[in-house]
Design a binder for this molecule. Structure first.
Ligand code: ADP
Ligand code: MG
Length: 347
């Protein structure tokens, strides 16, 4: 075990090695799961390409939203970044260090800078541990003494706006929102720089989602955190992200600053996702064009040739079947489409 007893664990792990570079860079990331074996155990189907060549950056103090339908590869991407699954190819660089293929011990040190909060707080909190133990466990693994851990647990519980008495409770004695706050406190224990939030409010009642989202926003400000905020709909990311990446069938099809994406989506898929977000003004909401995508996304084991979205796209032409559009940068917006909606979708 790494001896960090002389380190102040309440401080960020170390100053950033490259303060001007992106904090987290993902480059050409691919994750394939082996295909299922055929009927009667004969043969094997194509591998499932859950993440199909994904690149993006997250800057210091930034929240990047990652949005796409269920099954498009968001959680797999998060797991690849965390080193929870082996990547097929590509690089994940955190503050100048490539995490792919890192030895376990080195990865443990890097994981101090990179934490995760999952969708279902109940599944990620040990049912027979008290909250104090749950939130301070990562510090035990780093070699912190019991008294120091308890002091840190008290700080953490206040940071996530729960009370000291919550430290004595077991997960089943908390509400869903309180459990997710405990999950956030646990992620904060080692003073990370980046937190991957995998649908952090999707399992919560709408009435308590806003409280958790506000908490995440405030923590980001006070602790200067960077977030990758994963969600399956655009309305959740609207108030928390500076930039948004849209994912379809393992690929990023558009990345844009939040307001730009919401007012002028370039990719037809982004436009379709946006048209499902209700507008606050009911008159405008009724009047606007709604795009309902037909059918389910194709299987990631058998993606269409050319553009992956073309089988559900109302703009698709011959070229879309022939050549795969690449994610190309146009100013601060990037999109992968042969027929972008630049001039059609106004503010
Ligand atoms: P999302 O988080 O966007 O809903 P996932 O990353 O969970 O998507 O899944 C992406 C694709 O990879 C899906 O087709 C899913 O069935 C497949 N997948 C995920 N985990 C595994 C696994 N362990 N083995 C095989 N296929 C998987
Ligand atoms: Mg998921």
């Amino acid at each position: 075990m790494t001896d960090l007893s002389g380190t102040d664990l309440t401080q960020p792990p170390s100053p950033d090695a490259q303060p001007d570079a992106p904090l987290l860079s993902v480059r050409r990331l691919v994750k394939e799961y082996p295909g299922a074996s055929g009927f009667w155990g004969t043969g094997r189907q194509n591998p499932i390409r859950a993440v199909a060549d994904v690149s993006f950056d997250i800057h210091r103090g930034e929240t990047l939203g990652l949005v796409g339908e269920s099954g498009c590869g968001k959680s797999t991407l998060a797991k690849c970044i965390l080193g929870l699954v082996d990547v097929t190819s590509g690089d994940v660089t955190l503050d100048g260090v490539n995490l792919v293929g890192l030895a376990e011990e080195d990865m443990r040190l890097q994981r101090r800078k990179l934490q995760v909060v999952f969708q279902d707080p109940s599944a990620s909190l040990h049912p027979r541990m008290r909250v104090a133990e749950i939130v301070s466990e990562p510090l035990r693994l780093l070699g912190m003494s019991g008294a120091q851990r308890m002091a840190r647990a008290r700080e953490l519980i206040t940071l996530v706006r729960l009370n000291q008495e919550h430290l004595e409770r077991f997960p089943h004695q908390l509400s869903g929102g309180q459990r997710q706050r405990v999950g956030i406190a646990r992620a904060l224990a080692v003073s990370p720089r980046v937190i991957l939030l995998d649908e952090p409010v999707s399992a919560l009642d709408v009435s308590i989602q806003a409280g958790v989202l506000n908490l995440l926003g405030d923590l980001q400000q006070t602790l200067q955190l960077s977030y990758l905020f994963v969600a399956h709909n655009l309305s959740t990311v609207r108030h928390v992200c500076q930039r948004v990446a849209v994912m379809y069938l393992g690929k990023i099809v558009e990345v844009a600053p939040r307001d730009e994406l919401f007012s002028r989506p370039r990719h037809p898929y982004t436009h379709a996702l946006l048209s499902a977000v209700p507008l606050p003004d009911p008159k405008r909401d009724r009047a606007r064009e709604r795009i309902v995508l037909q059918g389910d996304p194709p299987s990631p084991a058998n993606p269409p040739n050319g553009c992956y979205f073309r089988t559900r796209c109302w703009k698709a032409t011959e070229i879309c079947a022939k050549s795969e559009p690449q994610l190309v940068r146009h100013g601060d917006v990037s999109y992968a489409c042969h027929h972008p909606l630049v001039d059609e979708v106004g503010d």
